[in-house]
Design a protein around this ligand. Structure first.
Ligand SMILES: Cc1ncc(COP(=O)(O)O)c(C=O)c1O
Length: 448
């Protein structure tokens, strides 16, 4: 067995190029190799158990190896694993589309499948762009996106992204977008109300001058995830929605990270009863079991694409695995489990527990903002609390805290100097408390 694991370690370093990873550092480290999962635990090839404190990159909902989801996939595998959705349907894709429509904002009636959040965003952008062309409004060709946005890593998604560290290198490959500030209260010099007014004024001014050239506005509703769990002031999404309506701009909400219970409701849009024209979902759609995503649209958007074949109104887009049966079967089981376990109802209390326990860090000299929305948490590590002086990112403080967490039995991943804590929604109070104890201990050890 030991020899087998030694070989695995060697081959991992020999063959795999890991995402978002400086491979030079990785090759010098002792990486974990996961063998299996049980509930909210990941177990490596040596039998070490780790809490999955980041839900395997924000995707896991009901824990690993859940029998309902496993069985749904196994039952589907016995029938068929995949057939194309191009011009023909399959059973789970049809049943899932109905389910998705029933749980998302009531104006969204059409489901376009894909395989990842980035693709769902590409599709949303292309649909919005083509929609205006089809309406004869050829000038409405550009997008408004938020500062520090993250919508994925493909070229279109990167174009509307705004994180220099990830995106600046590819600048020449990207299409131009207009930026408007995300209401980042923590970095704003003033009160929450002043931040809200400032950001809305800037958005209004931008839209007033650009609305006739703008196809859509894309936003991560309520929480900007990859930017470091930046929280919008309450009601801000409703303002964005009404500005878009007033100026005839499509509202695209990217719920890839916030969807499926993460913010305490099934979708972030529900908090303010926002009704987007286009919505992107992925990550938690299959409960974190298989890659599947969807872009939802209103009937008005969808029907603009209807016409004679010769009119070339078709949405010429699709992927080999679009509407894959296994993914759809997993997603159906995932959504059914939400209902069966009434998971959403348990979230406010869990979120409260997280915020109470993390309150223990509020006087820590190297902990700045602690941002919590539902089951999404970002803890800012800071060099000097009074002057809000950041740790230089090269110091890798976030990475160091996460490495320490791993030693203590929990896997998490940072976003720069922000430690992200995103446990599976199913985590019990006891499990949450134990995970937070590990987190606090690691921060105390690393940030002295
Ligand atoms: C808001 C948001 N949109 C899109 C994506 C991209 O999703 P994927 O990694 O599945 O391509 C992410 C990933 O973290 C995200 O947080």
């Amino acid at each position: 067995m030991k020899q087998l694991h030694k070989n695995l370690r060697k081959k991992n370093k020999q063959y795999i190029w890991h995402p978002f990873t400086q491979m030079k550092d990785y090759l010098e480290s002792e990486p974990t190799i996961i063998d299996r999962g049980e509930g909210i635990f990941l177990i490596d090839v040596d039998g070490n158990r780790f809490y999955d404190g980041v839900s395997s990159l924000w995707v896991n909902v009901h824990g690993h190896s859940n029998s309902d989801i496993n069985n749904a996939i196994i039952d589907q595998i016995k029938k068929i694993s995949h057939s194309t959705l191009l011009g023909q349907a399959n059973v789970p894709a049809v049943l899932l589309a109905e389910k998705i429509v029933s749980i998302t904002p009531s104006n969204l009636t059409r489901v376009f499948y894909s395989d990842s959040g980035s693709e769902a965003v590409e599709i949303g952008l292309k649909i919005a762009y083509q929609y205006w062309k089809l309406k004869g409004k050829n000038k409405k060709r550009s997008f408004i996106a938020m500062t520090n946005a993250y919508h994925g890593d493909t070229i279109g998604a990167t174009s509307v992204g705004g994180m220099d560290l990830f995106h600046a290198t590819y600048q020449d490959l990207l299409f131009k977008t207009c930026r408007t500030p995300y209401p980042d209260v923590y970095r704003f010099d003033g009160s929450v109300e002043e931040c809200r007014i400032d950001c809305l004024t800037k958005l209004n001014n931008l839209i007033k001058s650009k609305h006739d050239q703008t196809a859509g506005l894309i936003v991560e509703p309520l929480v900007q995830g990859a930017a470091g769990m930046i929280l919008m002031p309450d009601g801000f999404m409703k303002h964005i929605e009404s500005i878009c309506i007033d100026h005839n701009i499509l509202l695209l909400t990217d719920e890839v990270a916030t969807g499926f219970g993460r913010t305490g409701k099934m979708f972030a849009c529900e908090h303010d009863e926002v009704k987007p024209d286009i919505m992107m979902i992925a990550k938690g759609l299959t409960g974190g079991y298989l890659p599947l995503a969807a872009t939802l649209t209103t009937e008005a958007v969808y029907s603009e694409f209807l016409g004679e074949y010769s009119e070339k109104k078709t949405f010429f887009h699709g992927h080999s695995y679009t509407g894959n049966q296994l993914g759809c079967a997993a997603a159906i089981a995932n959504i059914d489990l939400f209902e069966k376990t009434r998971l959403i109802e348990s979230l406010p209390q869990k979120s409260l527990l997280i915020s109470k326990r993390l309150g223990e860090l509020s006087s820590h000299p190297h902990v700045g903002d602690i941002r919590i929305k539902g089951m999404m948490t970002g803890i800012e590590l800071i060099k000097d609390k009074n002057s809000k002086l950041d740790y230089p990112w090269e110091e890798k403080m976030g990475i160091k805290v996460c490495d320490e967490c791993r030693k203590q039995g929990m896997i998490i991943r940072p976003l720069g100097n922000v430690v992200v804590f995103m446990p599976p929604l199913v985590s019990t109070n006891e499990e949450l408390s134990e995970m937070i104890s590990i987190l606090i201990k690691a921060i105390n050890i690393v940030c002295k």
